[in-house]
Design a protein. Sequence first.
Length: 162
Amino acid sequence: MKLLPNESPLLTSNGDKIILTDQRIQQTDKDWGNAYSITLFLEDISSVETRYKSNIIFLVLGLIGLLAGIAIYMQDQQTNGNVFNFGFVVGIVLLMVWWFTRRHVILISSNGGGAIHFEINQMSWADVQDFIYTVQLAKAGRVNRLRSIIKSPEVEQMNTLV
């Protein structure tokens, strides 16, 4: 990332894929072999959230398999014991797939524009909280600097001339 004039880096994350400066945040990565880059100016950030993303279909099918296995077992314990085992095993496997494919992500959204989202599976909860705090602190500093520029005497004088 090439820095703008008077811009200074604050931190990097995820192997330098996320770069936070005092003016913007940028994500650079590859997805299915295609490189991409997303840049948001800090004053445009509307929200920062952490969440788990998962494929809910595995959870639903796993629960259905478990419930079907239990229901069949309860209905006829003598003849359908193997069906119960099969439904139960498939349900457990699907629940395990759901659990192990969940991804813990940070999502940084802008006002009506794009969003930056990246996995934070390798970060501790304290590191995640520090990252979010640093982003919020950088945004507050950027907004305050922009407000002071707008209220400067030179800008006020230019506004009266227009």
